[in-house]
Design a binder for this molecule. Structure first.
Ligand SMILES: [Zn+2]
Length: 423
């Protein structure tokens, strides 16, 4: 469930008028950049202010399964053990340990395609300040694009891991874990440099004993996602975002790393936790052209706008989401593309803005925003449907099918529209 504020199980979206948010971003970034620049070496992870409880079952709602009880298809690989096993078989890709999480777990990236000669002489921010992003990275015409596929930073959103496990199997063997081949996807894949982070939050994932949520209740999903407070009450969106890091904890959900940090909303211009610092460092050093952050919620699949992103990148994100909504419609799956909205327009009802406590509140500068501002890349956020009862009904095959379409379209768009920055 997302990030930017809309983690309601019903699945809502968000959108902000470009003129306002860019103005806000410009002021905020100018003031904060000097502090941020001092962080590029990677600040130590701040210690949690209280030790969260990680004991599964504490304050669990009645009926919450504490181990896997429903059969899962053989192709559905979404655990940390599945990732470890998959990475031992990744021979075509280069496996790299990006960092240790706050809880000491390993966060990996698997890269495919030759690394680029980045020839960097400034960070992206400074290069843009001088009016030429090529000073950050020289990307002459013909340079293959780099695409980041970021696995779930919310540990209970296991669907993205299963998608990436199948993609890795496809790339390594020629078929996904169901035995399906994807010639068009592979053609685009080979035209890009691709960075795959199977799990963005191994701490959170380790706390979730279930590997899939189809047929489970929304309370079970919320329990393993947002957890409970010390009194045993389920945390809910949006109140759970009123605490960062989360310290009022009875059972710590998979939303958070072991320091209680929701990685979507780290302290970008202060002291970041190790996972977010490592993910941003990766995007910066690779100068990603495009990226997707994989999430999940109970509603139908959805794309979310990245706020505080350059308007040119916003337009590309909209086009990608519109193409995908057409592809999804062809398999009878409804998905909401990112909406076009005139700058400074008031928020219309029933669009894909999130429900907010205060409609006038500024948009959040989240992980997707930060990824854009270290790399210049176009970042989209995709919400899988997780299939909890009472919400959007889906199957594991369909969840995977849609992600393979997502990968195919995103990589195809990137291959056809690489960023070109000439000096
Ligand atoms: Zn999420």
């Amino acid at each position: 469930m997302n990030s930017t504020g809309s983690s309601s199980p019903q699945g809502t979206g968000r959108f902000r008028a470009a003129g306002f948010v860019l103005g806000f971003a410009a002021v905020g970034l100018t003031l904060a950049y000097s502090a941020f620049a001092q962080q590029t070496g990677g600040a130590p992870t701040p210690p949690p202010t209280s030790r969260p409880t990680t004991q599964p079952g504490k304050f669990a709602p009645p009926g919450t399964p504490l181990t896997e009880t429903k059969p899962l298809p053989a192709f559905w690989k979404s655990s940390l053990d599945d990732i470890d096993q998959c990475l031992t078989q990744a021979h075509k890709g280069k496996v790299e340990l990006l960092c240790r999480s706050a809880g000491g777990r390993k966060l990996y990236v698997v890269s495919y395609g030759p690394p680029r000669n980045l020839d960097s002489q400034a960070n992206y921010n400074s290069a843009c300040g001088g009016g030429n992003p090529a000073w950050y990275v020289h990307k002459p015409a013909g340079t293959p694009p780099t695409v980041l596929l970021l696995g779930p930073v919310h540990g209970q959103e296991v669907e993205g891991i299963a998608g990436l496990m199948n993609l890795l199997h496809l790339v390594e063997t020629g078929a996904d874990l169901r035995g399906k081949s994807y010639p068009k996807l592979m053609e685009s894949f080979l035209r890009c440099r691709v960075l795959i982070v199977p799990s963005g939050n191994p701490d959170g994932r380790s706390r979730v004993p279930l590997n899939g949520f189809i047929g489970e209740s929304i309370d079970t999903n919320s329990y393993y996602g947002m957890g409970t407070n010390a009194a045993g009450k389920l945390w809910q969106w949006p109140q759970v975002k009123g605490h960062q890091p989360l310290t009022d904890v009875g059972y710590l959900g998979g939303y958070f790393n072991d320091a209680g940090v929701n990685l979507m909303h780290d302290d970008w211009f202060g002291r970041m936790t190790s996972e977010t610092q490592a993910i941003l460092d990766l995007a910066k050093r690779e100068a990603i052209d495009y990226g997707v952050s994989l999430h999940s919620h109970g509603a139908n699949p959805q794309f979310m706008q990245t706020d505080y992103m350059d308007p040119g990148c916003q337009e590309k994100a909209i086009v990608i989401s519109e193409r995908l909504s057409q592809r999804f419609a062809a398999v009878n799956e409804r998905v909401n593309p990112i909406r076009r909205e005139a700058p400074a327009a008031p928020a219309p009802a029933n669009n894909n803005r999130p429900r907010r406590h205060r409609p006038e509140a500024p948009a959040a500068f989240n992980l997707c925003s930060a990824l854009h501002h270290v790399s210049g890349g176009t970042i989209v956020l995709y919400e899988n449907s997780c299939g909890v009862t009472g919400y959007h009904q889906t199957t594991y095959d369909q969840i995977l099918d849609l992600q393979m379409v997502l990968f195919e379209e995103l990589l195809g768009y990137a291959a056809d529209n690489p960023v070109v920055w000439e000096r």
